[in-house]
Design a protein around this ligand. Structure first.
Ligand SMILES: NC(=O)c1ccc[n+]([C@@H]2O[C@H](COP(=O)([O-])OP(=O)(O)OC[C@H]3O[C@@H](n4cnc5c(N)ncnc54)[C@H](O)[C@@H]3O)[C@@H](O)[C@H]2O)c1
Length: 312
């Protein structure tokens, strides 16, 4: 089996590449390195099945021409402009990468006759009411151009499933964290807090910190994505999260261990915040036999150990 992983040099993408190689796939990563690093994939160099990184933009037809003579059994589509704040300030870039780009990847998969896994996001959902876990029938309410672009990508994907019979599946991972995640700019909250903690800096919470997140360790996220490619659940939309929520102020406290190191600041994009997020995983368990294996405490400890090696 040969797989193409768009966004393969990014945070989650490089873990998906690792998951696939461990399962014996041949894997090519495609990335324009706008937010990823070739070095994220360095440990796979020379590994059986690893076909390397093609540096290219998914929006650029030249990228697809360069791949035209290769045959892929499956395309995992993770490449995206992921920053919520950037999407509010400059929605064009987000729509270009995440909508036009997704269309180009879908066209490639259609020409190839390959399977297609679209990695969407929990940010498409309306906030969870009273902490009731969000299942896939829960209303969507894109609160940022990023969420809207990901939802548009979902709809494009579903249209290719219905109109062309493309073997396509949509995943909505909840907030994912772990090794290789960027800590600069708009990194995930866990690695941002850990980075400040390890540098002896204050941990800054936006707003009152009562917004919640369901935090998924990246190995579990890659396992969800990998399994989706091997399932027969085409046409489905499937959540993946830990199934537990934590308030951001409690996460800061957990990481800092000291209330004195936690500071509060005005929320920079409160209008685009999803205030409460907690995942109902039942469908992933049923269709993919997937369950998260890494608890929040364990995942934070693993991530801290990985980061501590790099922040010295
Ligand atoms: N990190 C999370 O918490 C999370 C949660 C749910 C879903 N997701 C989704 O998972 C996917 C991966 O996210 P991530 O956190 O690993 O982000 P990331 O930025 O690390 O990975 C995305 C990769 O796509 C590449 N890319 C962006 N635009 C491109 C383009 N036009 N052409 C080619 N490559 C391009 C970037 O360089 C980057 O390496 C995204 O689709 C994101 O929407 C992420």
């Amino acid at each position: 089996m040969r797989a193409l992983v768009t966004g393969g040099a990014g945070f989650i993408g490089r873990h998906v590449v690792g998951w696939l190689l461990a399962r014996g796939y041949d894997v090519l990563a495609l990335d324009d390195l706008s937010n990823g690093f070739a070095a994220n994939l360095a440990e796979f160099d020379g590994e059986a099945g690893y076909e390397g990184l093609l540096e290219g933009d998914i929006c650029d037809d030249a990228t697809w021409r360069a791949l035209a003579d290769k045959q892929f059994d499956i395309v995992y589509h993770l490449a995206a402009a992921i920053k919520v704040r950037d999407s509010i300030e400059d929605p064009r870039k987000t729509f270009q990468s995440d909508v036009v780009g997704t269309f180009k990847v879908l066209e490639f998969a259609r020409e190839q006759g390959s399977r297609f896994i679209y990695v969407s996001t929990c940010l498409v959902y309306a906030p969870a009411v009273d902490g009731t876990p969000i299942n896939e029938r829960y209303p969507t309410r894109p609160a940022s151009p990023y969420a809207a672009a990901k939802l548009a990508g979902e709809n494009l994907t579903l249209s290719y499933y219905h109109a062309y019979g493309l073997h396509a599946l949509i995943l909505r991972p909840f907030n994912t964290y772990g090794p290789f995640q960027r800590t600069d700019g708009e990194g995930g909250v866990v690695v941002t807090f850990l980075s400040h903690y390890l540098k002896g800096e204050p941990l800054v919470v936006f707003g009152d910190g009562r917004q919640t997140r369901d935090l998924l360790y990246v190995d579990d996220c890659a396992d969800l994505i990998g399994r989706a490619g091997e399932s027969n659940a085409a046409g489905s939309v499937i959540n993946g999260g830990l199934g537990r929520e934590i308030e951001i102020r409690d996460l800061a406290q957990k990481i800092a261990g000291d209330e004195g190191r936690v500071e509060y600041a005005p929320h920079p994009h409160a209008q685009a915040e999803v205030w409460r997020l907690v995942c109902d995983n039942a469908k992933a368990a049923q269709l993919l036999d997937w369950r998260p294996k890494v608890s929040l405490d364990e995942g934070v400890a693993k991530t801290r150990a990985w980061m501590a090696e790099r922040i010295k």
